[in-house]
Design a protein around this ligand. Structure first.
Ligand SMILES: Cc1ncc(COP(=O)(O)O)c(C=O)c1O
Length: 357
């Protein structure tokens, strides 16, 4: 079977060049005489690979030595708890901007640890917008403000890095490396790899050195960020890091992160143009908060949505069903989603609305 145009929200589509290179190396990685999955994580080959991967992050994000780059496991979901465990110490608050289901989960985990609070929420309007930073009710005792830069389920996205006086902790799982980041604003950024930068299995954590100094002693060793910042403590997700290295090299081959943002904006605009063209498609997100990663919309009826999904599938456009909690349609247009696939979807949408509108 041929590859289809895959709009999966995650794990998401990967660049074909990356998959082909991995296929070439499947049996033997460089001079290792075995695949990357079969050699020690302390081998010279893996050590060099991990260093190269870190260098790609530094190059793409303009990140200096004051940042540590960790390759952890447990998904973004473990980070909901781990960030709080490390930084939500006694006497401080963890302030959460609740812009979707993942942000709700992050807040819920943090309340298990300490004094976590919602400082703004878009829940009342079905998470269709991003509350303006000026209106966040940040505590004087806030250790950090947690944001979700892109809301995968609802299709909203911060349009800029918020400017506030407290360091940001950011779940960037669904828009990581899709655009530049103003690192100055952040203490820690985490992202599961499986949408924009690789396969599932590795969670990338970027953490500033000065932020690490706030961590109290006595945490479980594997959950203390300092353990991973100082050494290779245990077996990392070797194959996932190997794939991330290839994806980052592919991102670099496309230019800078500003170039990647331009590509992503252009792709998303093709779908938003269809939504704005008539009353047939109703976008979930307000125009001011639209995501260029996950475009969410409804049709006039559930029956038409089913027909849309069926016919789209017949055209080789797959994984477009909205998240079960929201329904409708969701087109995930991550970095590696090819423009020709997005063009095919836009033209299918136009044709479908002309026939059913
Ligand atoms: C924004 C966001 N955060 C967190 C998660 C959960 O990630 P994981 O499955 O890696 O725990 C997801 C998964 O889709 C997500 O989109």
């Amino acid at each position: 079977m041929d590859r289809l145009f895959n709009f999966s929200a995650g794990p998401g589509t990967l660049p074909v060049d990356v998959l082909e290179e991995a296929r070439e190396e499947m049996l033997v990685y460089k001079d290792a005489g075995a695949s990357i999955m079969e050699i020690s994580h302390r081998s010279p080959q893996y050590t060099a690979l991990a260093e190269t991967t870190r260098q790609h992050f530094r190059d793409l994000l303009g990140m200096g030595e004051e940042w540590h780059i960790l390759f952890l496991q447990g998904g973004a979901s473990l980070q909901f708890y781990q960030t709080a465990l490390n930084f939500l110490t006694s006497g401080v608050t963890g302030d959460y901007v609740v812009t979707g289901a993942w942000a709700e989960n992050a807040l819920a985990e943090a309340t298990l640890v300490g004094q976590a609070r919602a400082v703004a929420s878009s829940a009342e309007t079905g998470h269709d917008h991003i509350p303006a930073a000026g209106a966040w009710d940040i505590s004087d005792r806030a250790a950090y403000v947690h944001i979700t830069s892109n809301n995968t389920i609802f299709g909203t996205q911060f349009q800029d890095d918020p400017i506030i006086d407290v360091p940001l902790v950011c779940d960037a799982s669904s828009d990581f490396l899709s655009r530049p980041i103003d690192l100055e604003r952040y203490g820690l950024i985490y992202a599961g790899a499986q949408k924009n930068i690789g396969p599932a299995g590795v969670t990338v954590v970027l953490v500033k050195d000065e932020f690490l100094k706030r961590i109290p002693d006595g945490l479980p060793t594997v959950l203390d960020y300092r353990t991973h910042a100082s050494k290779l403590f245990h077996t990392p997700p070797v194959f996932s890091v190997y794939m991330v290295e290839k994806v980052l090299r592919w991102i670099k081959s496309c230019g800078s992160l500003a170039d990647m943002k331009r590509r992503n904006d252009e792709k998303a605009a093709l779908i938003y143009e269809q939504i704005d063209a008539s009353e047939f498609y109703r976008g979930h997100a307000r125009a001011s908060a639209r995501s260029n990663m996950n475009v969410t919309f409804n049709l006039p009826s559930a029956a038409l949505e089913s027909a849309f999904l069926k016919e789209a599938g017949d055209h080789g456009l797959v994984a477009l069903k909205g998240h079960r909690s929201v329904g409708g349609i969701r087109a995930s247009l991550y970095n590696a989603c090819p423009r020709e696939g997005v063009e095919a979807l836009a033209s299918f949408m136009q044709d479908f609305s002309e026939r059913h509108g």
